[in-house]
Design a binder for this molecule. Sequence first.
Ligand SMILES: Cc1cc2nc3c(=O)[nH]c(=O)nc-3n(C[C@H](O)[C@H](O)[C@H](O)COP(=O)(O)OP(=O)(O)OC[C@H]3O[C@@H](n4cnc5c(N)ncnc54)[C@H](O)[C@@H]3O)c2cc1C
Length: 253
Amino acid sequence: MIKVTLLSHTPEPEKLVASAAKLCYSNASIEQIGANLTPEKVDKFLNMLVDLGHESPIEHICFTFGIEGVSRTLLAQITRHRIASFSVKSQRYVKEGSFSFVVPPEIEKNEETKALFLKTMEADQKAYDQLSEILFEKHLKELTAQGIPEKTAKSKAEKMAIEDARFVLPNACDTSMVVTMNARSLLNFFRLRCCSRAQWEIRELATKMLALVKQAAPTIFRYAGPGCVNAPCPEGKMSCGKKQEMMDYFRNL
Ligand SMILES: Cc1cc2nc3c(=O)[nH]c(=O)nc-3n(C[C@H](O)[C@H](O)[C@H](O)COP(=O)(O)OP(=O)(O)OC[C@H]3O[C@@H](n4cnc5c(N)ncnc54)[C@H](O)[C@@H]3O)c2cc1C
């Protein structure tokens, strides 16, 4: 199951954005930009930015998430978002003793597909273990022959073995990561990935991330969500036709 934690974010995120906006539109000095920024004034500045479409001030605030229980399929999708920073559990250095995996709900709810899926995972695990073992023995022999001390040779041989054995691991393989995005990039991420046309796993993750940032910066993320939440649906002929339902859901998230 997907688990997302908001590990950290810029302190007083909305006040910082309002301060940056105030600098743009007044002759206040850096020392003065944070002064007298009451919650009402912060709200006013933020709403003005939204109305003007002036998005760069929201780049100053960042949110860092800890994400667990997602598949390598999701990893391939989320890392396409270039305006973000990622630290991902390495399959190169961390041996998949008995790898965990994500079962798509549609596969899980059907006995036949579930059985086939689990059988495939079992076979993958067996192949990974066998490859790791065979490669480990080969590398250990070669490294020992080069005169490398046994302890170092074993550690090197294991690393070399799992580096290649991981090629048989499936897209379903579970992973975890730490992800940081600024608010502007997050709005783009939510626009694309909360949409009902996005793939189910990343949509579920994006929706959980949105619920967390809404607590930390409610005004900035007030209208966040798929493109249809505050504008005509951008999907054209591919639209799901559920604009009102989506608006209600995401505005009340
Ligand atoms: C429903 C769906 C289906 C998809 N299907 C596919 C698919 O079949 N194949 C596939 O390869 N990808 C696919 N993608 C991925 C998609 O093309 C994007 O790579 C991904 O969503 C990242 O979005 P982004 O570029 O807006 O985000 P980011 O990389 O975070 O970029 C944010 C914004 O910065 C700007 N930007 C960033 N880099 C550049 C640049 N080099 N030049 C100009 N502007 C830039 C753009 O305005 C961009 O929107 C799909 C995405 C979705 C949501």
